[in-house]
Design a protein around this ligand. Structure first.
Ligand SMILES: [Cu+2]
Length: 421
């Protein structure tokens, strides 16, 4: 038994330059190697990680550092060390407590870890995780939203019904977004995040006289800076606060041709930005067990003042909760509920005529929606793609009530790539 522990220690030392493994109750080490082990242990800036003994009944995978994962199998007979360079060592594990020392993070098995496929939330959630000190992440997300048909409250309205009250009605709309993100953690408790969206929108209309036409808009959206501040790490759970600010970099002067007027200022939902500085406060809770994970995030958008066209968007409040199931070390799936409510606009753009089309009425913008999301995450803990992630999430509303007539959301898809280093 002691001998086996000793093999474990030696192999781990050989594998991990900044990490080392020692038996807590010192075994009778062979004299010629004992010095070597002790030197290695004292020579690194150690924090201890305890792999519990079998009778403690917890476990088994956790991140030793961003490159190395340690796992103990269910029967507690072996310990595996997997490194990002693809090396993989499995060693016998006996009933002695082993301390695995790590120079970077206190990664006890009671610690929540991002080193698994569901270690990040479903890809449609932003700002769900903090990083370790010194770690970077870059990401790209593609989002597609499809809207078709009008609704007032929870009742569907036909095109003819809308045209009884307005000269023109929207019939359907698509929104696409390419979102580039970067995260960096100056400390273990603080992660900084920036998000750069590029948006394009297309809306199809019909007039009372039966003419159909399409308008388009697109460009850089509102850039968002967020600080994520960790306030709790306990029992494989975490809580962090989200402090975000949205900058009015997106256009609110989008124009296109309509049958009535060329180069007409487009109505509210076709604009790209809010035109105001917006505060984005929120709070995120995460938890996990060996196979399951879950999280809840409250996030809000509070508009500050009015934009240069004399209006401000309604505030938005969103509460989302998800559950993830890890199936393998690389694949997890998720189920998510997202409820959000957002208000009508304050003020009005005086170049828009609210009698003409419902999208030009600032009082027909608010709504409440409950979405159900199905997601999959793929994680590459090792090999040439180590640190990479792929996420896809499909969302559709299960409840939707709108200040209408307003176009209803039918479904949205988010697909993204993330890479940490
Ligand atoms: Cu990240």
């Amino acid at each position: 038994m002691i001998q086996q522990n000793w093999y474990l220690l030696n192999a781990a030392l050989a594998l991990l330059t900044a990490t080392s493994v020692v038996a807590q109750t010192p075994p009778t080490l062979q004299p010629e190697t004992e010095t070597e082990v002790l030197t290695a242990v004292t020579g690194t800036n150690l924090e201890e990680v305890i792999v519990p003994t079998p009778n403690q009944q917890t476990l088994p995978t956790f991140e030793l550092n961003s490159q190395t994962q340690v796992s103990v199998d269910d029967s507690f007979s072996t310990v595996s060390l997997n490194t990002s360079i693809g090396e993989n060592v499995t060693l016998p594990f006996q009933d002695t407590t082993v301390i695995i020392a790590d120079s970077s993070d206190r990664a006890t098995n009671s610690e929540w870890t991002s080193g698994r496929p569901d270690g990040h939330a479903p890809i449609g959630v932003m700002g769900d995780h903090v990083h370790k000190a010194g770690e970077w992440m870059v990401s790209y997300r593609y989002m597609f939203m499809a809207m078709a048909g009008n609704r007032d409250g929870t009742d569907n309205l036909s095109t003819d019904e809308v045209l009884r009250d307005f000269m023109v009605t929207p019939e359907d709309m698509t929104m696409q977004m390419h979102m580039f993100g970067a995260m960096y953690a100056p400390t273990d408790d603080l992660t900084l995040m920036v998000m750069l969206p590029f948006v394009s929108k297309e809306m199809d209309h019909r007039t009372r006289s039966g003419v159909e036409f399409t308008t388009n808009s697109g460009g850089l959206g509102d850039i968002k800076f967020t600080g994520l501040y960790n306030v709790l790490r306990e029992n494989r759970q975490r809580v962090h606060l989200n402090f975000g600010v949205s900058f009015p970099t997106g256009s609110i002067d989008e124009r296109d041709d309509t049958p009535a007027v060329n180069d007409q200022i487009l109505p509210y939902p076709m604009q790209i930005g809010s035109g105001t500085f917006d505060l984005l406060p929120g709070i995120t809770y995460l938890g996990q067990t060996d196979d399951w994970s879950w999280g809840t995030q409250l996030n809000t958008a509070i508009r500050l003042g009015q934009n240069s066209r004399d209006y401000s968007l309604g505030n938005r409040y969103q509460l989302t909760t998800w559950v993830g199931r890890q199936w393998t070390e690389q694949v997890s799936t998720s189920l998510r509920l997202s409820g959000q409510t957002w208000g009508n606009y304050d003020g009005a753009d005086s170049s828009l005529n609210p009698m003409m089309i419902p999208t030009a009425d600032p009082e027909l913008r608010g709504g409440t929606r409950l979405d159900l999301g199905l997601g999959i995450n793929v994680y590459f803990p090792e090999g040439s793609l180590a640190g990479g992630r792929l996420g896809v999430e499909f969302e559709f509303p299960v409840y939707q009530s709108l200040e209408g007539p307003q176009l209803e959301t039918d479904w949205q898809l988010t697909a993204g790539l993330q890479y940490s280093f």
